[in-house]
Design a protein. Structure first.
Length: 256
């Protein structure tokens, strides 16, 4: 399905809980001498949050690895190696465009359809260089007023010897395990053949196996979706959704 018309919308709302400490780095260095070397990212109120882009990237990587393992072959789900062997490349794109260069009837729509047909299932859902993502994840904001942020010591590793580097001790921050964040994800115009992939995404979030942020090899970043609800908005109830918002009648009961 494309974005030229409204077909459906799936919404997941719930709570994302950290099962282990979480470190999503701020990505900048402070000149304040009392600040740690590697702090967590915070919002305008000084509270930690989980960027939707970080969560989406971690989720995509996990889904790709599961499908590539072959355990979901019975569902006929397909994924590409987006870096080394993408499902679409510049050569294929040029071939598609040249195929319709003299076509003056719905040219753009025909090109878009052929691009979409050649994409793997993961790229159809998460997007690629050539097609917009159907999944949107909002930044996960802290549910409580304040969070407990811990400071930990780290030691840099010498890449040549694989041992601790001399005089390379540093500090980093981590959000404590048990911290809860608001979670909101939506999927627009989900194809029927991608519903199983959507269910797999929900299962991964529900399992607590997903890790996000930095220092995951140390056991950090395990998150789990709890107390969540899934809704489906179709063309039949779209007006009600736009006028009054989500309702119990819109709950999707086919998650498992």
């Amino acid at each position: 399905m494309f974005f030229d018309k409204y077909y459906n919308k799936y919404i997941i709302r719930g709570t994302l809980r950290t099962n282990s400490p979480l470190h999503v780095g701020a990505g900048n260095e402070s000149l304040d001498p009392i600040q740690v070397d590697n702090g967590v990212i915070v919002d305008q109120n000084g509270n930690p949050y989980i960027p939707g882009s970080s969560l989406k990237g971690a989720l995509r990587s996990y889904i790709e690895s599961m499908i590539n393992s072959g355990i979901w072959s019975s569902n006929n789900l397909r994924t590409c190696l987006v870096v080394n062997e993408p499902c679409l490349n510049n050569k294929t794109m040029d071939e598609i465009r040249n195929k319709y260069k003299d076509d003056n009837t719905d040219k753009d729509l025909k090109i878009a359809k052929e691009i979409y047909e050649k994409m793997c299932d993961v790229c159809k859902l998460f997007g690629s260089h050539y097609f917009a993502s159907k999944i949107s994840i909002r930044d996960c904001k802290l549910k409580s007023e304040k969070a407990y942020i811990q400071k930990r010591d780290g030691v840099a590793i010498d890449r040549e010897t694989g041992t601790a580097a001399d005089n390379k001790k540093y500090q980093y921050e981590q959000v404590a395990a048990g911290t809860e964040f608001d979670f909101y994800m939506s999927v627009d115009n989900l194809d029927e053949e991608l519903v199983d992939l959507f269910k797999l995404i929900i299962k991964v979030l529900d399992s607590g196996e997903l890790q996000v942020g930095g220092k995951t090899t140390y056991g950090l970043g395990s998150v789990q979706l709890v107390d969540y609800e899934v809704y489906k908005i179709s063309r039949e109830n779209l007006r009600d959704y736009l006028m009054t918002g989500l309702s119990e009648e819109m709950r999707w009961n086919h998650v498992w």
